[in-house]
Write a protein that binds this ligand. Structure first.
Ligand code: F6P
Length: 327
């Protein structure tokens, strides 16, 4: 591997609160170690279009507390083609970039791994996604903030649900992962939680709502992950319950992209800062094709290949906890 003098940093895929803190950490840790850091805008698209600028420690002033990503993000189709990646490599050379830090999710890491294989550019991944669906880290950047956002919003929904004796279906993000639904569901005292990892069954949900009603509850919250396995979307679920429990007034709230915004929590800021420093120091230590992660408050490394293929399992004990606490 050639000596690393200049590190490029980009954010890719869905944005997540805390990405700015990670960018700040990568820029400052690079310069702290007497290296240069170049910022690449709009993810891989910026690499292809040569949308790349030099940084100083002051380039990343006042961003640690900001949601979104100052570098902007994109899901870049062109980078999936050989020609696209060739253009990106030409710009890597033009800018004398010796190694790349990619802040994103598994799709972004797949691109990084292919790029590394084709052109030999050292790459390191920093997991940034609200879904927390990446193997090799107990927490991804943005997940904690999203949990707090969702919990706060469900608390508000609960206020109006109680006032009107209504049943609310709240859809949260997570195409393939139920981490947000399960944890924010428990945190906000949801009656039922539907996640992609387990088919809880629509009848079971109905039974549980009937039981709750019998036990004296006059309003309820059901949290549904985007990718839940019942085979019905949140509106169909609501209609099904309304049909079977006609005396109940049912409403649906789809939280959507608000879950990706907002100021990062302190946890996410610290996590992103630690991951950014660790990523730069691992690159300078000769590591490549890996992802940084956290396990038991310790920074760890996982091969990108494993991080992409592995599954970040939900904690099944949480389902039991939820069942016990919703009697
Ligand atoms: O991967 C993060 C995520 O927020 C998912 O939870 C969600 O399904 C998806 O991105 C939405 O993507 P887009 O921003 O392209 O609509």
């Amino acid at each position: 591997m050639n000596a690393i003098n200049t590190i490029g940093v980009l954010t890719s895929g869905g944005d997540a609160p805390g990405m700015n803190a990670a960018i700040r950490a990568v820029v400052r840790a690079s310069i702290f170690h007497d290296k240069k850091c170049k910022a690449i805008y709009r993810g891989y698209q910026g690499l292809i279009d040569n949308d790349i600028v030099s940084t100083t420690p002051r380039s990343v002033n006042n961003i640690i507390n900001k949601g979104g990503t100052m570098l902007k993000s994109a899901r870049c189709l062109e980078f999936r083609t050989k020609e696209g990646r060739k253009k990106a490599y030409e710009n890597i050379n033009k800018n004398n970039i010796d190694a790349l830090v990619v802040i994103g999710g598994d799709g972004s890491f797949t691109g990084a791994m292919i790029f590394q294989k084709e052109f030999g550019v050292p790459v390191i991944g920093i997991p940034g996604t609200i879904d927390n669906d990446i193997f090799g880290t107990s927490h991804t950047i943005g997940y904690d903030t999203a949990l707090n956002t969702v919990t706060e919003v469900i608390d508000k929904i609960r206020d109006t649900a109680i006032s009107h004796n209504r049943l609310f279906f709240v859809e949260v993000m997570g195409r393939d992962a139920g981490h947000i639904a399960l944890n924010a569901g428990i945190g906000s005292g949801a009656e039922e939680i539907l996640i992609p990892e387990e088919d809880m069954g629509i009848e079971r949900m109905l039974d549980s709502l009937k039981r709750s009603e019998k036990s004296g509850k006059s309003s309820s919250i059901v949290v549904v992950a985007e990718g839940d396995k019942t085979g019905k979307n949140v509106f169909e679920l609501a209609a099904y319950v309304e049909k079977n429990m006609p005396h109940y007034e049912v409403r649906v709230s789809v939280l959507g992209h608000m879950q990706r915004g907002g100021a990062p929590s302190c946890f996410d800021r610290v996590l992103a800062s630690r991951m950014g420093v660790f990523a730069v120091e691992s690159l300078l230590d000769g590591k490549s094709n890996i992802m940084v992660g956290i396990d038991n408050d310790t920074m760890i490394l996982t091969d990108l290949d494993k991080a992409i293929k592995g599954k970040s399992n939900i904690n099944k004990n949480l389902i039991r906890v939820s069942d016990i606490l919703t009697i």
